[in-house]
Design a protein around this ligand. Structure first.
Ligand SMILES: [Zn+2]
Length: 376
């Protein structure tokens, strides 16, 4: 089991002071869930404890508590309840839930993860090459990093998801909000009246559709049209598969293409490749688990000090710039180790056992990762 590096007490106080300042200055801009009195709220405190089953009667009370307690992480339930503060899940009285999707960049397996993720074993830095590296070695901590390349892969994953949600599910783009999580993911929130009532049993069907987990590549040919007239009536995944194959094989979307694919059951690598291209990588647990609490949009991510930030236009959105909220006042730090970091439009590092003055937003990032101590 991977563990995060712990942040020392002095460093947590440094972070807490910055977080308090941020929430004080941005209280008006803090995103508030609709129907707040029906939501469960959770806080991660700077003492490393999770407080769940909190509830608030209105936005003012919620915001006042955020200012007073300055949580490290702020979470809200995607579900609506009669009694959200009840600590027994079954007694909360479930009324409905927003539909949310989590695109975890790690699951997209971008090649850069092997370049920048690492293990810190006591004071030694080791490359991280896979989950097996940690077996039998309790002294090692895994450190996850971010760079523009993996963020771009995440954005591609979001675009694939948005395409299916709008074209196949008919969800209006205006009902979909995309957020960069502030670390290694994107969250897609849908607040559509009809979808809110989808229960625990229906949600897996959505994730199955998106991840193509129910599609057997060997039997895909059965879904293909046998007559030219049927090509126009193709819908959903069969249509997407034919479309993608048309691009891969550079052939028009006509019956001869369907015939090629039908024969492709004999060389499944073509179909496997097409399905792999189309499969949407979402964390099924996040969409299916309606008792989950989710990071509050516009709040700070305790893993980085970056804000969970709305990406209105995923193509032009620049998460590693737009999620930076702290200033560039210099902070002197002892850095144990840090790979190259692209943040706020500049590149920092790499650093190895060095004392350096860095802008506050970079200092907050490295301290949050447990890789730097204050040198004051
Ligand atoms: Zn990367």
């Amino acid at each position: 089991m991977t563990q995060r590096l712990k942040v020392g007490e002095r460093e947590r106080e440094f972070l807490r002071t910055r977080y308090r300042g941020f929430y004080y200055r941005n209280l008006d801009k803090l995103w508030m869930p609709r129907s707040l009195p029906e939501r469960e709220i959770g806080f991660l405190t700077f003492g490393y404890t999770y407080r769940r089953h909190l509830s608030f009667t209105d936005d003012a009370e919620f915001k006042a508590t955020i200012l007073r307690e300055t949580p490290w992480g702020i979470f809200y339930s995607i579900s609506y309840y009669d009694d959200p503060g009840n600590a027994v899940m079954e007694r909360k009285g479930w009324k409905g839930a927003d539909l949310v999707f989590d695109i975890d960049i790690k699951d997209l397996e971008p090649p850069c993860l092997k370049e920048h993720d690492f293990l810190l074993c006591d004071d030694q830095v080791l490359p991280y090459t896979g989950a097996g590296d940690l077996s039998g070695d309790g002294g090692c901590k895994k450190v996850d990093w971010i760079c523009p390349l993996c963020i771009d892969d995440g954005k591609d994953g979001v675009l694939k998801l948005l395409d299916v949600l709008t074209r196949d599910f008919g969800i209006s783009p205006g009902d979909i909000q995309v957020y960069y999580s502030g670390h290694r993911g994107f969250h897609v929130h849908i607040e559509d009246g009809e979808l809110v009532s989808l229960d625990r049993r229906s949600r897996p069907q959505i994730t199955e559709y998106l991840t193509l987990s129910g599609v057997d590549p060997k039997s895909i040919w059965r879904l293909l049209p046998l007559a030219e007239g049927e090509m126009n009536s193709l819908m959903g995944w069969p249509k997407r598969i034919v479309e993608r194959a048309s691009q891969v094989l550079n052939r028009p979307m006509t019956l001869p293409l369907a015939n090629v694919l039908r024969k492709a059951k004999r060389f499944n690598s073509l179909i496997d490749g097409v399905i792999d291209d189309l499969r949407i990588s979402i964390d099924p647990q996040v969409t299916q688990d309606i008792s989950r609490i989710f990071r509050l949009p516009t709040s700070l991510n305790e893993k980085t000090g970056l804000r969970k930030t709305r990406c209105d236009d995923i193509m032009s959105c620049d998460p590693l710039v737009e999620s930076v909220v702290f200033d560039d006042d210099p902070v002197k730090l002892h850095v144990t180790y840090a790979p190259k970091l692209d943040l706020g439009g500049y590149t920092y590092g790499p650093y190895r056992k060095t004392t350096v003055r860095l802008p506050t937003f970079v200092a907050v990032f490295l301290v949050s990762k447990g890789l730097a101590k204050l040198a004051i």
